[in-house]
Design a protein around this ligand. Structure first.
Ligand SMILES: [Zn+2]
Length: 243
């Protein structure tokens, strides 16, 4: 497969080289900037202290900002399963989109085709399991919303580039907004932790719980992101730990 990638290097990375075997995750971001020029300027400005390995324009062009074997600064304070600070173990992909703070537009097909091509290339090269392709909000639910509920994870799952459920969606949606009791709520959170979301510490517990549910919904129940756990969320989470 031929993949055209241009270089546009960023100075924002750790100069110590890592080993190929340490690359286990891919983290998807949106830039949250109004346009590509602003986003690229920020990602390559040494004063910003942020970067990513790849940048995907709306027209599908792919830029390499940091070579894979160097740690780019994209994830920040983050965790998944037992891992803290995902930068060490991941490749970060920034996708141009103005984000929730601006227009939060749809991700165009041309852009998504490049996302798929790049994911296919990277998962093969580093033998990355599709369950390890995550959104920034998955690993930092109390700080981040990207890539958000418009990012087509289901479309990626169809070509084995994302984790997804195996349920009938028409049946599933009937359980939306149906209340769950406190025991079921407990089960739901246990399922979230089994999927990989990090356990909430006691500090501002309720608020962080709501944000965690939102992160889960942005990823797996994009039709309604309200931060409230219901039957649909519970059934979904059960299926996800099996599939
Ligand atoms: Zn991000």
């Amino acid at each position: 497969m031929w993949l055209k990638i241009r270089n546009n290097y960023s100075p924002n990375f750790n100069t110590r080289k890592r080993q190929k075997k340490n690359i286990k995750y891919i983290i998807i971001h949106y830039t949250g900037m109004k346009n590509e020029l602003l986003a690229l300027n920020r990602l390559t400005d040494f004063k910003s202290n942020v970067s990513s390995h790849y940048f995907i324009k709306k027209n599908g062009k792919i830029l390499n900002l940091v070579p894979d074997l160097y740690e780019a600064w994209h994830a920040g304070k983050s965790s998944w399963k037992n891992i803290q600070s995902l930068n060490r173990y991941s490749i970060g992909i920034e996708i141009q989109n103005s984000g929730h703070e601006n227009f939060y537009e749809k991700f165009p097909n041309k852009q998504m085709n490049s996302v798929k091509k790049l994911l296919r290339f990277l998962t093969k090269k580093y033998r990355i399991n599709c369950k390890n392709i995550l959104g920034h909000s998955d690993i930092a639910p109390n700080r981040k919303k990207d890539p958000g509920e418009k990012f087509p994870w289901k479309e990626l799952a169809k070509v084995k580039l994302a984790h997804w459920h195996q349920l009938n969606e028409k049946e599933l949606v009937k359980c939306r907004l149906k209340k769950i009791n406190s025991l079921e709520k407990k089960k739901f959170f246990i399922n979230l932790y089994k999927i990989g979301y990090t356990k909430i510490k006691s500090k501002s517990f309720n608020n962080n719980k709501r944000l965690l549910v939102k992160a889960f919904q942005r990823r797996f129940r994009q039709g309604l992101v309200n931060g409230i756990s219901d039957q649909e969320c519970l059934i979904l989470s059960k299926n996800l730990i099996k599939s």
